[in-house]
Design a protein around this ligand. Structure first.
Ligand code: SF4
Length: 702
C-alpha cells in the first residue's frame, strides 16, 4: 500500500482470471502496474482473491513475446525438451508484422484454395474480449468459410449449456450467485468455489452464516464443508444415480410443486415414470450415499421456500455431463425453484469470458446468441449483416478437430489464446495432431506449449493492455480498460484478427473495439439496451436488460421460458457407468482440475511471481491412507499411469480426498495431467471425461 504514494494514475478494469468477474483498479506508474485493488463491483463488492490481487505481473515476464516469430527452416514441429520459451530464437526467427501476417494468412488461404473450406479450423479464446470473440468467429465463418470454430467452453461447460438449451431454451444462468444470500437452501455440487470461484465462495459463506442451509455434494471434501449444513461424499461417477434418487423421493412423497409444474413446464409425467424404479435403496450402491441421507437431501431441497443449485465441472466433465445437468434442472423445475429471488440454476462459469465468448458465437453449431447454424431464417439475418453466404452445417468441436487433423481433413489452424497442447485430453494424441498440421498460426502472449508447434507466432496483448467487454458467470457485461501499453511490437488481438481477415479478402475497417460492439448489437438481442457508453458510465450491466435506463435482470424466467410455448422441459435420464471404469489393472480414479493459485494451463499464473512462488510445482493429492498403502510419505514422488500415459510428480496428503482417488492439477507442463486423461466425449456437449479416468499409482523409481 505504500506504493500508492508513487502511482501516477489508476485504471478501472476487470480481473482476467475466473468467471466471477471481479472489478478491480490497477495502480500504474511508468507503464508498470504497481498493485491492484478490488472495486465495488456487483459481483465482488471490493473483494479479490489471490489471483486477482497478485496475479498481475505476468505481462512483464521475461519470456513475453514482443515481436512476431516465424519457425526456422528445418526445425521440426513439436515440444523439444531443450526449447526455452524465454529464448525462442533457437527455433524461431523474428519477423516484421507484414512478413508474419502475410505468411500466416497465405498458409491458410493456400490450404483453403487447394482443399476447400473444411481444411481450416480456428480455436478462439475465453480469455479474449467479447469483441475479439465476435471477430474471430466472424473470420472463420466468413473468411475460412466453415463453422469449424470452437474454444475452451468445449472443455468446461458445453454439457451444461446443452442441457440448459434443451430444457430451458437458454444456456446462461437463471440467477446470479448473489441470490444465494436470499436462498433458504443452496446446493453446491461438482464445484469447489473456494478454489475456483473464490469471491463467489464468500457469498456462500455469508449465506450460511445468515442461516441458509448449504448442501455440498461431491466425491471430494472442500474448504466450504466447514460452512455446510450437510456435506455428502458420493462415489465418483455416481452423480446421476444420486440426483435421480432425490427426484424419486420428491415424486414418491409428492414434494413437488404441482402449480409451478402445470404453469411452466412440460414432460413431468415422463420424468415421474422414469424415476419410479430409481429408489434411494436401488441407487445407493451406485452413488455410495445411504438411502436415509438421500431422503433427507431431497426433503430439504424440495421443502425450501427458496433454493438454488450451483455446479461446476465436476458435473459437466463426464460422458454423462449433459445427463448430470438435466437432473439438476429437473430438481429445480419439479420444486418450482426458478424465476424468483433466491431460486435458480447456476453453472459457475470458468474463464473470465467463457460466457461472453459463447454468447458471441465461438461455438461450431450456433451463431451468436446461440442461433443454430442450420436454421435458414436465423442464418439469413447474419448473411445480411455480414453480406456473405454462410455454411449451414455445424462445425467440428475441439476434440473432433484434433481427430480430423489426424484423419487428414483439417490441414491448417489459427489458434488464438488457447493451449490445446496442455488442455486437451490424451495429450499424446493432441500433440500428434498439432504436429501434423501443414500450417499453424498461434496468437498469444508467450511461446506456449501449443505455440511450439506453430509456423507463425503473433504477439498479442494481455488483458491489462486492452479495451473490451467481458461477460461473467452472472450475465454481467463489464468493461475492461487498458492500464498499460503492450510491450515492443505486441498488438491488440482485434487488430491482428482484422489483419488476417483483410488478407482473406474481407473488407474490415474497425478502428476501435466499440465499433465491433456496435456491430454485435445488430446480431445479438441479448445486448439490447446495453451500449458501450452505458458501460463506460456504469461499468457493468446485466443482460437481459429491459430498457436503456433500467438495471438488467438478476433473476430470469419469472413468467416464461424462451422455448416454444414458454414452457421448460423435463429431460429424464438413466445412470451410466464412466467410460473407463476402474478395474484390477487400473484400480484408482484420476480426477483433474485447477488450483487456487494456478489458472487453467498456467500460461499466465506460472509466469506470475507471487502465484508461482505459492505453488511452484505439480503435486498429486491423495488421502493419507492411500499414501500409506503405497508406502510413500508426503513430499515423495509417485508415478501415475493410465492407458494413455505416465507422469511422475510429488505426492501431497489431503484428508479431503476419498480413498481410491487421486487429484492432479493440469497447470504444470512438467507433469502434464492431460497426458493421462480420457478423450471419451459426452454425446451431447462433446465434452471429455476429465473428471474420471482409471489409473494406477506406484512409488516413483528414483
Ligand atoms: Fe479474479 Fe475470480 Fe479471484 Fe475474482 S474470484 S479476483 S475474478 S480470479
Amino acid at each position: 500500500r505504500g506504493d500508492s504514494a508513487v502511482a501516477d494514475r489508476t485504471v478501472d478494469s476487470i480481473c482476467p482470471y475466473c468467471g466471477v468477474g471481479c472489478q478491480l483498479t490497477y495502480h500504474v506508474k511508468d507503464e508498470q502496474i504497481l498493485f491492484v485493488e478490488g472495486r465495488n463491483g456487483p459481483s465482488n463488492q471490493g473483494r479479490l482473491c489471490v489471483k486477482g490481487r497478485f496475479g498481475f505481473d505476468y505481462p512483464n515476464h521475461p519470456a513475453r513475446l514482443t515481436r512476431p516469430l516465424i519457425r526456422r527452416e528445418g526445425v521440426p514441429k513439436g515440444m523439444d525438451p531443450g526449447f526455452d520459451p524465454a529464448n525462442p530464437l533457437t527455433h524461431f526467427r523474428e519477423a516484421s508484422w507484414e512478413e508474419a501476417l502475410d505468411l500466416a494468412a497465405n498458409g491458410l488461404t493456400g490450404l483453403k484454395a487447394a482443399h476447400g473450406p473444411d481444411a481450416l479450423a480456428g480455436f478462439g479464446s475465453a480469455k479474449c474480449s467479447n469483441e475479439e470473440a465476435w471477430l474471430f468467429q466472424k473470420l472463420v465463418r466468413t473468411g475460412f468459410g466453415s463453422n469449424h470454430v470452437d474454444h475452451c467452453t468445449r472443455l468446461c461447460h458445453a454439457s451444461s449449456v446443452a442441457a440448459l438449451m434443451e430444457c430451458l431454451g437458454s444456456g446462461a444462468v437463471t440467477a446470479s450467485f448473489m441470490q444465494a444470500l436470499q436462498a433458504d437452501v443452496v446446493i453446491l455440487t461438482g464445484c469447489n468455489p473456494a478454489v475456483n470461484h473464490p469471491v463467489a465462495a464468500t457469498y456462500f459463506k455469508q449465506a450460511a452464516r445468515n442461516g441458509t442451509r448449504l448442501i455440498i455434494l461431491d466425491p471430494r471434501g472442500q474448504a466450504l464443508d466447514a460452512y455446510a449444513w450437510r456435506s455428502v461424499r458420493f462415489t465418483p461417477g455416481g452423480d446421476v444415480a444420486l440426483y435421480n434418487a432425490m427426484l424419486h423421493v420428491i415424486v414418491a412423497e409428492k414434494l413437488y410443486d404441482p402449480a409451478y409444474i402445470d404453469a411452466h413446464t412440460e414432460g413431468f409425467e415422463a420424468l415421474a415414470t422414469s424415476v419410479v424404479d430409481m429408489t434411494p435403496e436401488a441407487m445407493a450402491p451406485l452413488c455410495g450415499v445411504d438411502p436415509g441421507t438421500i431422503c433427507e437431501l431431497a426433503r430439504a431441497y424440495a421443502g425450501a421456500e427458496r433454493a438454488m443449485i450451483f455446479w461446476g465441472m465436476g458435473i459437466s466433465q463426464h460422458v454423462h455431463g449433459t445427463d448430470n445437468a438435466r437432473c439438476l434442472i429437473s430438481l429445480a423445475l419439479a420444486c418450482g425453484h426458478t424465476g424468483r429471488p433466491g431460486t435458480g440454476l447456476h453453472p459457475l462459469r470458468g474463464q473470465n469470458n467463457v460466457q461472453g465468448a459463447s454468447d458471441a458465437g465461438l461455438i461450431p453449431m450456433v451463431l451468436p446468441d446461440y442461433q443454430p447454424v442450420g436454421d435458414a431464417q436465423l442464418r439469413a439475418a447474419f448473411e445480411e449483416l455480414w453480406n456473405t453466404p454462410l455454411d449451414a452445417t455445424s462445425g467440428l468441436t475441439v476434440v473432433e478437430i484434433m481427430d480430423a487433423i489426424l484423419a487428414g481433413t483439417i490441414k491448417g489452424m489459427y489458434i488464438l489464446g488457447e493451449n490445446p497442447a496442455m488442455s486437451d485430453p490424451d495429450l499424446h494424441h493432441a500433440r500428434q495432431a498439432l504436429a501434423a498440421l501443414e500450417h499453424l498460426v498461434v496468437q498469444d502472449l508467450f511461446v506456449t506449449e501449443t505455440a511450439q508447434f506453430a509456423d507463425v507466432i503473433l504477439p498479442a496483448s494481455a488483458w491489462p493492455e486492452k479495451e473490451g467487454t467481458v461477460t461473467n458467470t452472472n450475465r454481467q457485461v463489464q468493461l475492461g480498460r487498458a492500464a498499460v501499453a503492450p510491450p515492443g511490437e505486441a498488438k491488440p488481438d482485434w487488430w491482428i484478427i482484422q489483419e488476417i481477415a483483410r488478407r482473406f479478402g474481407l473488407v474490415w475497417d474497425y478502428a476501435h473495439p466499440r465499433e465491433v460492439f456496435a456491430e454485435m448489437k445488430q446480431g445479438m438481442h441479448s445486448l439490447d439496451h446495453i451500449s458501450w457508453e452505458r458501460l463506460e458510465d456504469e461499468g457493468s450491466v446485466t443482460y437481459p436488460c429491459p430498457a436503456d435506463d433500467a438495471p438488467g435482470a438478476d433473476v430470469v424466467f419469472s413468467d416464461a421460458f424462451p422455448r416454444a410455448g414458454g414452457r421448460a422441459k423435463f429431460s429424464p435420464t438413466r445412470p451410466l457407468p464412466p467410460d473407463e471404469p476402474v478395474d484390477a489393472d487400473y484400480p484408482t480414479v484420476l480426477t483433474t482440475g485447477r488450483l487456487l493459485e494456478h489458472w487453467h494451463t498456467g500460461a499466465m499464473t506460472r509466469r506470475s511471481r507471487v502465484l508461482d512462488d505459492l505453488e511452484p510445482e505439480a503435486a498429486a493429492s491423495l488421502a493419507p491412507a492411500e499414501l500409506g498403502r503405497l508406502g510413500v510419505a508426503p513430499g515423495e514422488s509417485i508415478t501415475i499411469a493410465t492407458r494413455r500415459g505416465t507422469i511422475t510428480l510429488v505426492a501431497r496428503a489431503d484428508p479431503r480426498m476419498p480413498e481410491g482417488m487421486v487429484f492432479v492439477p493440469f497447470a504444470f507442463v512438467e507433469a502434464a495431467a492431460n497426458l493421462l486423461t480420457n478423450p471419451a466425449l459426452d454425446p451431447f456437449g462433446k465434452i471429455p471425461e476429465f473428471k474420471y479416468a482409471a489409473c494406477r499409482l506406484s512409488p516413483a523409481v528414483s
